[in-house]
Design a protein around this ligand. Structure first.
Ligand code: GLN
Length: 190
């Protein structure tokens, strides 16, 4: 199995390290034809308006939409989650629109631009998952096909819709590999 990590900007190296720690091969994606060589794609954190522009410049925007529509699992973290969303609160910026979620950007306010929180994530087992939030978005609204996997207080921060997975935080910045393994299992079942 080989996983692509979109490598236009943002935290792609860290995702590759997490995948390597899971014993899985990864590949930096910068060209549309590279999408043919992967069984799953991670869209990392970074800055979502910049990432959207770069996806267009690198002719990757439509090919990634098609990749998802053809059933290849995609995991978006932070800015990657924003890219997956159908709706972005108060913004018309480009998004892939693959997941039936509405997100709000920078939604935790200026005082708490970055923080860590222990999340209950029943799908990952009993131990809490230490989540690193950096200028993080959260999910306002989910459609019927979306399963909520974790909340921080009232805010939805981890969700799945079939072969799509979205996290508001950065699982690649901690040693805990459970969320990457969860995504790899999703690929196994598609
Ligand atoms: N605030 C960024 C955005 O709106 C996302 C932050 C991140 O990916 N760490 O795109």
């Amino acid at each position: 199995m080989r996983i692509g990590v979109l490598a236009l900007q943002g935290a792609f190296i860290e995702h590759q390290k997490s995948l390597a720690a899971c014993g899985v091969e990864s590949m930096q994606i910068r060209k549309p034809e590279q999408l043919e060589a992967i069984q799953g794609l991670i869209i990392p954190g970074g800055e979502s308006t910049t990432m959207g522009k770069l996806m267009h410049q690198f002719d990757l925007f439509e090919p990634i939409v098609e990749l998802g529509q053809q059933g290849t699992p995609i995991f978006g973290t932070c800015a990657g989650m924003i890219m997956l969303a159908r709706e972005i609160y108060g913004s018309e910026q480009p998004r892939l629109g693959l997941m039936d979620i509405e997100v709000e950007r920078n939604a935790f306010g200026r005082q708490v631009e970055s923080f860590e929180a222990d999340l209950e994530v029943p799908a990952l087992g009993e131990d809490p998952f230490k989540a690193v939030f950096i200028r993080a978005p959260y999910i306002h609204r989910v459609g019927d096909p979306v399963e909520i996997l974790a909340q921080y207080g009232e805010k939805i921060v981890l969700a799945r819709q079939g072969h799509y997975l979205a996290a508001a935080f950065h699982p690649e910045l901690t040693e805990d590999l459970r969320l990457h393994r969860y995504f790899l299992n999703m690929i196994g079942s598609y």
